[in-house]
Design a protein around this ligand. Structure first.
Ligand code: HT7
Ligand code: ZN
Length: 847
């Protein structure tokens, strides 16, 4: 597949005003008849070139006349000699049962479902498969009644009926124009949970949640989350739902989290199903956030969509930001922001420093599926957050209203979005637009001379771009009183050039600067604060987020210093942590964040050169040393935490369970906690506490871990979604025989290469979160992992290309490991059957 460039965008030669689809479902041979109302755009003589892949063409007609003047290739149907306006009718046959890629029309556990974003509609019928072609849809689905009693598509149900051969049919009509990536079809036999929502203008919307038979009691949280999201979007942005029905279907086989198809969301069941027995507090949080995300797309993505796929962040960055501020409202703002920032530090900074570096609006793409990235999504959301800061929430909301007034029903660009924000607020955002076109993580330097700061910004070259420009960066600072006496002072500086001088608003005497307070911009602050300064921020900053930041910096400094044989930093850090836990013993929310050290993987992401073995040892040593210093306080706090009321998903209980998790893991570093863990595991009335027991044992007590894991498997062996937690725990355990263990897991009766959740739970967790195992010094981890990648690629290239990521940044490891990783990456590239997904990533990494 050749690379496509953003700058080569051309409007389509034709558009499709209306499409009438008739789909007769059968696992091996589904018939798709499409009647397209086509109009030429502009005056040209070019033929109509439609995208299509893995389709068997049966017939072509133009205005009702059989047409033979066309060419057919593996990826296109080109129809010559067509008039300016005409009706094109095609019939194709497809084989959903053989579609393992999980895009287009496929079977998930016996149910038919579709995934069309980004370019999956072309696997259903010949069409202009690009987001700037917006059409009205009529869809008639026919299937055997007993096997597939529910036949769903976008919009409103118009009619239905029965045929004499045991099949039935349903006709759907979507009153909104849409690009084909938002088309969806589901056919199956589900349990249905229903509810209603009355919009602010008084329209009643039917809510329907379709889940696997017998899972109805796990759907309530998703439905409640949907209603919260619908109300919140009305209250905060004035955005109301625009159809009579909102359907969500949970399927087990899905490549990503969920998909926002108009009026018919399809979800990975992991982001729908929850009850206290089977789901953790984190699962509850994630479900609420993904449900909200897909719902918010109805305006940011569906009503106003992307002109081309280079503009993906237009909808994804904006919608992630919207789901983030929604989550911050209904959950602990501190814990929520920390989760977001961890994703940026651990994954996005690494992506930007590696071979796949790209701006949030990429310039060049081989395989679009490779660009559903943490850069486009999460850095994209940080860019929107900076606009929110610069314009203030009121100005931002004014901009949103203006954006919808101007662009409702259109396919637009990221520039159109920023222009709307600009025009609604009478502000010049031309400098800000550089965030969309420039990759890389800016470095901020601070030099202080009395009350004057000289702030510098500099973005190092990235794999995709050699030269960089200064950006508009809203940098928040907190001037923290170093001894806790007096008030903190907060200020925001809008950086616009490579260096900028700032006069502090109050005297800097006896104050410590907390820079990039609240993570106001996705940058790296180069200034190394001293341990004493970090101690002051940890103790006295007004922003709890900054206090957490200080704890992470302390841990990191101790771990790096310990690698260099400097033990003094460890001791001082341990003492600061012990003082902190004593002073803040009632502040469980903060304690439970501060006492989690940065993960080995996040440290690897932040380093240019990594000595894996030394880093792993140092990480353990610091964690243990802090545990020893804090042990008496941990003991006291834990005694109070293990006794709790019956499970409830309430803010108070969530904090308590989180604190129990953090403190117990830490305490297990220096004490034999086997009895405590076994009791907790045995008495737990919820999955959060069960996992706490397992995680603490995993880190500190091998035999307890093995015994509890065995009990867990016996209990949950028939529930793959729950068992994924068990797979992931095994896959992330540091042990010399980890590869043999992984092999056993992949022989488990619940493991299948065809289900992405299983692959992610075992191989994904191993590659991303078992640094010790992947980087075993003899290279066996690389060999094992690569062998499996090569087996997954032909089945599901999207998933293979996602989990290959940790190998791509091979340049940061020692030369022996570099050689070994390169050898295996070359093995992937030498495979003549390699997918375009893997090819793009691996070839860039080796370039
Ligand atoms: N917009 C959706 C993206 C998506 C996707 C992309 C590629 C392959 C499969 C996919 N499933 C869903 C999800 C979202 O961001 O809301
Ligand atoms: Zn999205």
């Amino acid at each position: 597949k050749a690379a496509k460039r953003r700058e080569d965008y051309l409007p389509p030669d034709f558009t499709v005003d209306h499409i009438d689809l008739k789909i007769v479902l059968a696992a091996d041979a589904t018939s798709v008849s499409a009647v397209l109302q086509v109009t030429r755009i502009g005056s040209h003589e070019r033929p109509l070139c439609l995208d299509g892949e893995q389709l068997t063409l049966k017939s072509v007609e133009v205005d009702g006349i059989a047409w033979t003047d066309y060419q057919l290739s593996e990826t296109a149907l080109t129809i010559n000699g067509v008039p300016d306006s005409f009706v094109l009718s095609t019939v194709v046959e497809i084989a959903p049962a053989h579609n393992t890629s999980l895009e287009g029309l496929y079977l998930s556990d016996g149910a038919f479902c579709t995934q069309c974003e980004a370019e999956g509609f072309r696997k259903i019928t010949y069409f202009l498969d690009r987001p700037d072609v917006l059409s009205m849809y009529d869809v008639t689905i026919t299937a055997p009644q007993d096997e597939y009693p529910q036949l769903l598509s976008n919009g409103n149900k118009l009619a239905s009926g029965h045929n004499d051969d045991g099949t039935h049919w349903v006709k759907w009509q979507d009153p909104h124009r849409k690009p084909c990536y938002l088309f969806a079809l589901v056919a199956g036999d589900f349990d249905l949970l229903t509810d209603e929502f009355t919009t602010q203008s008084g329209r009643v919307v039917a809510l329907e949640l379709y889940v696997d038979k017998g899972k109805l009691n796990r759907g309530q949280h998703a439905l409640d989350s949907l209603k919260r999201a619908m109300r919140w979007d009305e209250e905060v942005f004035g955005l109301e739902y625009d159809l009579d029905v909102y359907m969500i279907v949970a399927v087990d086989f899905f490549n990503m989290g969920a998909m926002e198809n108009k009026g018919l969301n399809v979800f990975n069941s992991k982001f729908v199903l929850a009850d206290s027995e089977t789901a953790t507090d984190d699962d509850y949080f994630n479900i609420e956030s993904v449900i909200a995300h897909e719902y918010f797309h109805n305006w940011t993505g569906n009503r106003v969509t992307c002109r081309d796929w280079f503009q993906l962040s237009l909808k994804e960055g904006l919608t992630v930001f919207r789901d983030q501020i929604f989550s911050e409202t209904f959950n602990s703002p501190l814990a929520t922001r920390i989760k977001q920032v961890k994703v940026i530090r651990e994954h996005q900074f690494a992506e930007d420093a590696g071979p796949m570096s790209h701006p949030i609006r990429p310039d060049e793409v081989i395989e679009m599926n490779n660009f559903y990235t943490v850069t486009v999504y999460d850095k994209g959301a940080e860019v929107i957050r900076m606009l929110w800061t610069l314009l203030t929430p009121e100005g931002f909301k004014r901009g949103m209203r203006f954006y919808f007034d101007r662009h409702d029903g259109q396919a637009v660009t990221c520039d159109d979005f920023v222009n709307a924000m600009q025009d609604a607020n009478d502000i010049d955002l031309s400098l800000f637009k550089r965030w969309y076109g420039q990759s890389g993580t800016p470095r901020i330097s601070i030099a202080q001379h009395g009350d004057k700061l000289t702030i510098g910004q500099h973005t190092p070259a990235t794999a995709d771009q050699a030269s960089k420009q200064a950006l508009l960066i809203p940098l928040q600072l907190e001037m923290v009183p170093s001894n806790g006496q007096g008030e903190s002072v907060q200020l925001t500086v809008a950086l616009k050039s490579e260096t900028q001088e700032v006069l502090l608003p109050v005297s800097s005497g006896n104050r410590v600067l907390s820079v990039n307070s609240g993570f106001s911009a996705p940058v790296i602050v180069e200034q190394q604060a001293s341990l004493a300064e970090l101690g002051s921020i940890l103790s006295f900053a007004k922003s709890d987020f900054d206090r957490w930041e200080a704890s992470q910096a302390l841990f990191k400094q101790a771990m790096l210093a310990n690698m260099e044989g400097d033990a003094s930093v460890i001791n001082e850090t341990a003492q600061l942590m012990a003082q902190f836990i004593t002073a803040e013993q009632r502040n469980l929310a903060l304690l439970s964040e501060v006492l989690i050290p940065p993960s080995v993987e996040s440290l690897v992401a932040g380093l240019e050169q990594v000595n894996v073995d030394a880093l792993l040892n140092s990480h353990k040593a610091v964690y243990k040393r802090v545990a020893i210093e804090c042990a008496p306080m941990l003991e006291k706090l834990l005694a109070a935490l293990v006794l709790r009321d019956e499970y409830a998903y309430t803010p108070e209980q969530i904090v308590q369970r989180k604190a129990l998790n953090t403190l117990l893991k830490l305490y297990s570093q220096c004490q034999d906690t086997s009895d405590m863990l076994t009791t907790l595991f045995t008495n737990a009335d919820n999955m959060t506490d069960t996992l706490t027991a397992l995680q603490a044992a995993q880190l500190g007590n091998q035999s307890t871990f093995e015994s509890l894991m065995q009990q867990f498997e016996e209990r949950w062996q028939d529930d793959p979604l729950v068992l994924d937690k068990w797979f992931a725990l095994h896959a992330t355990t540091e042990r010399p025989d980890i590869l043999a263990r992984l092999q056993l897991l992949m022989e488990h009766k619940q493991y299948t290469l065809k289900n992405p959740n299983r692959i992610r739970a075992i191989l994904g967790s191993f590659a991303f979160y078992n640094t010790a195992g992947l980087h075993l010094s003899d290279g066996s981890g690389y060999r094992f992992f690569t062998d499996h990648l090569l087996a997954i690629d032909p089945v599901n290239p999207q998933v293979a290309a996602r989990i290959v990521t940790p190998l791509l940044s091979w340049r940061k490891f020692d030369s022996d490991r570099q050689d070994k990783i390169k050898f295996h990456l070359t093995r992937i590239l030498d495979n003549p059957q390699i997918s375009s997904d893997l090819f793009e990533k691996v070839s860039k990494s080796l370039a």
